[in-house]
Design a protein. Structure first.
Length: 473
């Protein structure tokens, strides 16, 4: 052994300096550097509950990130904590591979119960990327060897595993890897483009095509891009006419985020397969799933010899399923889907008022339930007009720089935590737990309104002072 192991007791008193050191040596050098740019690397967290994160220095932080939609129920919901304690106190069995698991059975049944139509077959996995991988495999198995192509959109993120990344146009790291063949991109929101791809890949005489499925988001979560009404219905119609499977990614939007249980329900369509993860685990369990229509799942995996073609060691862990069962029950019994709809509407109205008062900073506000974003104007616009040959590098830096300043100052001045869009430099994502109240929304609006009143030069000056203080400390 190179050095003594750190115990759980040691961990309780581990200084932040050591945490940074271990990140740099054993995790990833870029992560602490990124957090340092946002001045987020100076906080030591004591605990979290509901909408709030509490630091060791006594701060009470409003969490408007919701763990990027993992925390729909908030931090450490009491019913989730109680469920996990109950499971462990009873010493329930965790690994169910040689017996029938009541936990896996009930979780699958409950997911089917809140899913529309004949979306009844559920495969439990560990993450959104894994759910999307499984959904693509299911579609390919159902369609058979004669079909080869997957269609995806030019606004998409479905994960960073190989197949999921191959259909994720917004993932910049794609350029470093060999992507899967036969993945074709079409413009998001343009069903005519999808129809044209079908025509280009159909036999002239037979009318058959070699397209397995189309995978897309009902609303593109990052940046909250909503297609025009009728888009999903036309995609559904074309899939029905040409025997193409429709896969919808609900990993971020699922379980109430947009004011409906699933975002595709806003247009009253039923996909052939959809995927979920993030909030399914109640903020405590790593659980994902794909859900399929009866006929599709039974044709692909219904026979005994096909039933184990797709499997996972950790699919259906007892405590994870137990937690997810309670998570769905809390969501329904506490009316959080309706709260997302109502509070989302209120939040959106107040943000639009904010936009009207800050036209020099805010380019747009978009929202669907409690999936909301503020798109910032590019601060380099005036420079671009003066210097037509300004480099893209300078523009990109200025885009991300303003977003980072706002994220940092909201936290340090007002104890409000938001997050930049993972791939969009000028977008601030607002994804609070679905338990958020009007009072908390009002505090957010009043705070960001006061911050924006400083103007961009004032915010840059305040951020510079903050960086200097952090470097000295």
């Amino acid at each position: 052994m190179k050095e003594p192991l750190i115990t759980l007791e040691d961990l309780e008193n581990l200084p932040l300096k050591s945490v940074k050191e271990y990140y740099l040596k054993h995790v990833n050098k870029g992560i602490p550097k990124f957090l340092s740019m946002l001045c987020l690397d100076v906080f030591e967290i004591k605990y979290a509950e509901g909408m709030y994160i509490y630091t060791k220095c006594g701060r009470k932080i409003y969490d408007f990130t919701g763990g990027f939609s993992v925390l729909n129920l908030g931090h450490n919901h009491p019913r989730i904590l109680k469920a996990r304690t109950r499971f462990n106190e009873r010493k329930q069995m965790e690994i169910w591979k040689t017996f029938l698991s009541p936990y896996l059975a009930v979780l699958s049944r409950n997911i089917a119960a809140v899913s529309p139509g004949d979306l009844n077959y559920v495969f439990i996995c560990n993450s959104g990327a894994e759910a999307n991988e499984g959904a693509l495999k299911l579609a390919e198995k159902y369609q058979g060897a004669g079909r080869k192509k997957i269609i995806y959109t030019d606004l998409s993120f479905h994960g960073k595993t190989h197949a999921a990344m191959s259909v994720s146009s917004c993932e910049p790291s794609r350029k470093f890897f060999k992507l899967l063949d036969n993945c074709i991109s079409v413009p998001y929101g343009n069903w005519y483009a999808f129809e044209q791809i079908i025509k280009e890949n159909s036999g002239e005489k037979s009318g058959t095509n070699d397209i397995i499925a189309i995978i897309l988001e009902a609303v593109h979560a990052e940046g909250v891009i909503q297609p025009l009404t009728g888009y999903l219905k036309n995609i559904r119609r074309l899939c029905d006419e040409h025997n193409i499977l429709m896969i919808i990614d609900e990993v971020l939007c699922g379980f109430g985020r947009t004011g409906k249980m699933f975002s595709f329900e806003h247009e009253e369509i039923i996909p052939d397969i959809f995927t979920v993860a993030k909030s399914l685990g109640g903020g405590k369990a790593s659980v994902g799933a794909y859900i399929s229509r009866d006929a599709i799942y039974n044709k692909a995996y219904g026979r005994l010899q096909d039933s184990m073609i797709h499997s996972s060691t950790f699919s259906g862990l007892g405590e994870e399923c137990y937690t997810a069962i309670e998570s769905i029950n809390v969501l329904v019994e506490e009316g959080l889907v309706n709260n997302a709809r109502d509070m989302g509407g209120y939040f959106f109205d107040r943000l639009n008022d904010l936009k009207d008062r800050n036209t020099g900073i805010i380019a747009d506000v978009r929202g669907m339930g409690l999936l909301i974003c503020i798109e910032l104007k590019r601060p380099a616009d005036k420079i671009v007009k003066m210097l037509k040959n300004i480099s893209t590098t300078i523009q990109d830096f200025s885009d991300g720089f303003l977003t980072g300043i706002i994220v940092s100052l909201l936290l340090h001045r007002y104890n409000i935590l938001v997050t930049p869009g993972p791939h969009e430099k000028r977008v601030i994502m607002i994804i609070p737990p679905l338990i958020v109240s009007r009072d908390e929304i009002d505090y957010f609006i009043d705070s960001i309104d006061e911050l924006f009143s400083m103007s961009i030069p004032g915010m840059i000056k305040a951020y510079s002072s903050l960086k200097v203080r952090n470097m000295i400390s």
